[in-house]
Ligand binder design. Sequence first.
Ligand code: AQP
Length: 357
Amino acid sequence: MVPVPADRRRVFSGIQPTADSLHIGNYLGAVRNWVTLQETHDCVYSVVDLHALTVNPNPADILRRTRVTAAQLLAAGVDPDRSILFVQSHVSEHAELTWLLNCVTGFGEAGRMTQFKDKTQKQGSEGANVGLFDYPILQAADILLYDAHAVPVGEDQRQHLELSRDIAIRLNSRLGEGTAIVPEALITAATAKIYDLQNPGAKMSKTGSPTGILELLDEPKVLAKRVKSAVTDTETTIRFDPENKPGVSNLLSIYGALTNRAPGDIAAEYEGKMYGHLKVDLAEVVVETFRPIREGAQALLADPDELDRILARGAERAREIAGPVFRRIASRFGLLAPGTPGTPCTPGTGARSTGAR
Ligand code: AQP
């Protein structure tokens, strides 16, 4: 195992096992940055299965998708020797810290989260559960539990990150400096939001239109077909203009991100050419980028015991950080540590809690 220098800043990020494949938005908005950050940071990455329960998945689906998601992360370049990769429910402190954080988070504050509002609108208030409401607090617990300095995410997670910061600042002011590290969002502007290929006004999403996404595990033929049928516009000029030409600009953003070039430079190369030319070339780049990930994930899934061993080792290493951090925060709340004979018992002052937030 490659030792991590003690002075490196730590990042934490998670991904939900809510689909049978990650999509290119997850890849460019999050996973690719996770891989790069391994060069410079102490990285902790998780398949956040507890988060995925908030959408009431079928148990067989979440079980299968947890392994499938982990396999894609490994195949995309998350190195389990350099980073910690684990399944969220294998480290019980995530749920325990969530309870403590619930008790310092305002009901109104949690209710302002736009993702909760959007998802309840989609599912109807009867379909939404308390877990969905609590989702951003569980996310704050995920981050604070590892004393993470930074969290690489897509733009859609910015508001949740703000809440995590607010909670950390509140813990430090109420319970004493050093209770929690205040995390920063790491958002890469160019890939912060990849749009649906069929509806370029909406974020590409696992639960969006099935033909509007490019999945890491799709067969090359399917990927090529999806790119070629992406919605563009009635003009014929290839120009990077996200406001007026969202469809073609989204394709140029994806192309630019996959080839490390500016979308405007790519557009200039296609001057005088048709949308079809751009789509054929982009399809090839997507297929070739995803090919090793798909093949690598398939190989890992063919040996689930080895995959489970990697995840068990990751959970063990995660617990080594999460356990002491949880105990530090819990003791600041005044919770008696288990099995600590000799803890002084001081008489109360009779002061009442104000309940202020
Ligand atoms: N379209 C996107 N563009 C850029 N980044 C994106 N992410 C998701 N969609 C895009 C980033 O992927 C990471 C993992 O996401 P997640 O699985 O935890 O949850 P999500 O954001 O809810 O992902 P989906 O695919 O959009 O699922 P649903 O359908 O549930 O809404 C996050 O860092 C996210 O920012």
